[in-house]
Design a protein around this ligand. Sequence first.
Ligand SMILES: Cc1cc2nc3c(=O)[nH]c(=O)nc-3n(C[C@H](O)[C@H](O)[C@H](O)COP(=O)(O)O)c2cc1C
Length: 201
Amino acid sequence: MEDLDESDLDPDPFGQFARWFAEAQASGNLQPDALALATATPEGRPSLRLVLLKEFDARGFVFYTNYGSQKGRELEANPLAAAALYWPELHRQVRISGRAQRLPREESERYFRTRPRDAQISALASRQSRPIESREALERQFERTATRHAGTDVPLPEEWGGLRLSPDTFEFWQGQPSRLHDRFRYVRQTAETWRIERLQP
Ligand SMILES: Cc1cc2nc3c(=O)[nH]c(=O)nc-3n(C[C@H](O)[C@H](O)[C@H](O)COP(=O)(O)O)c2cc1C
């Protein structure tokens, strides 16, 4: 493992993330885009699940989900969220925290159109995170939805779309065999500038 020094870091954390993400994609990792996403109720009860990171740029990190799901409802009431990615092949972790906001509906629509038809039907047929009595009932919902839209485009579900997590802090963690790991935190100072500090492992 190479040491990570401040002089190796991009002053822009999105640039740093892009570099590490490209290396993770090239590392043989089967799911480098798996993002552990933590949300919390306004009372502070946390919940955590994996989602897929679909795109990122200087505005933030985008994933798609059902707005009526547990995460969707929690983010509606409390937009503060945190996320982490782990790339064991590189012994690297990235942490992000900030606020999540819904994408404009046209952007969600554009992404929805790129999904396979079965995935579109599943998104429309499933009221994510709400209980259902059986697998059979779930399959009936799927079949009914498929029949209803046979031969036409599957409409973008009312409660499905993207969320963008806009970070105000990042942490880049580079594991070291000595266990004296390298950690750098970026804290947003202004819209364009970040303070970088080394953290103890
Ligand atoms: C690797 C992986 C990727 C996943 N990607 C997504 C995703 O992009 N969007 C999504 O809504 N759920 C995704 N899921 C399912 C979520 O982990 C979770 O079960 C679901 O979103 C409901 O979460 P909630 O009840 O906390 O809202 C993924 C699960 C795994 C294991």
